[in-house]
Design a protein around this ligand. Structure first.
Ligand SMILES: Cc1cc2nc3c(=O)[nH]c(=O)nc-3n(C[C@H](O)[C@H](O)[C@H](O)COP(=O)(O)O)c2cc1C
Length: 214
């Protein structure tokens, strides 16, 4: 048996990737909010999180061994948290089964304990067991603009890793879906991501130009 499978903890039948939001606690106890795409089993008993070693979520999970995964349709929160630009914290309530924070406006939440953590690679593998859960409100349902914002948020976290032209053309394609099918929240979230990405791309281009001159 490989070291990885020894560390893996419970196996995941029928695993599927869920784009959610994970809250963890910083060393000083303040909440940290980040979109994450763990693999979940059909009953949501077990999660496999894949945070990069550079992420705050990884550091918090390693230190505290607990967090809360949320299912939400709030793409504006997801967009802002993805690029670390939450102007203000959303409403949070303390979790009871773990030391953690629950997003009060999420649809569902799953409080978990870390069972095993493998951080030999840059992208870590953290297996967690769900120890408490709750349902707060209905999920809006399928909406192409919401999904487009999720895609745009993922692109926004990959500026510097993906080609600038690829990011720009993908955003153009996604913009059509937001225009056609989005409401206010989706339009605001998409406009925010677009301007964040263009600022970041401009900053990268000027850093590169400066280095070339030196
Ligand atoms: C839908 C979505 C899913 C994501 N999934 C992951 C993930 O599984 N692992 C990861 O390291 N970052 C993921 N990210 C990127 C992080 O949310 C983003 O880089 C974040 O700023 C880093 O996390 P931190 O705030 O904990 O440092 C995802 C972003 C989005 C929008």
């Amino acid at each position: 048996m490989s070291q990885d499978s020894q560390n893996a903890g419970p196996t995941l039948p029928d695993g599927m990737l869920l784009e959610g939001i994970v809250t963890t606690l910083d060393a000083d106890g303040s909440p940290h909010i980040a979109p994450m795409g763990p693999i979940v089993d059909a009953e949501f008993n077990c999660l496999v999180l894949r945070p990069f070693r550079t992420s705050v979520t990884y550091a918090n999970l390693k230190r505290s061994g607990a967090g809360v995964l949320h299912v939400t349709d709030d793409v504006e929160l997801l967009a802002r948290a993805a690029v670390g630009r939450l102007d203000q914290l959303p409403r949070l309530v303390p979790a009871e089964a773990i030391e953690g924070a629950i997003l009060a406006d999420a649809c569902r939440w799953y409080a978990f304990h870390v069972v095993s953590l493998d951080d030999r690679d840059e992208r870590t593998r953290i297996v967690a067991r769900v120890v408490d859960r709750g349902r707060l409100r209905d999920f809006f349902g399928f909406n192409r603009a919401k999904h487009a914002v999720v895609e745009a948020a993922i692109l926004a976290t990959r500026v510097g890793l993906l080609e600038a032209n690829h990011i720009r053309s993908e955003l153009e394609r996604l913009a059509v879906l937001v225009e056609k099918t989005g409401g206010h929240q989706e339009r605001r979230a998409f406009a925010f991501l677009r301007s964040h990405v263009s600022e970041e791309l401009a900053r990268l281009a000027s850093d590169t130009a400066e280095k070339a001159v030196r």
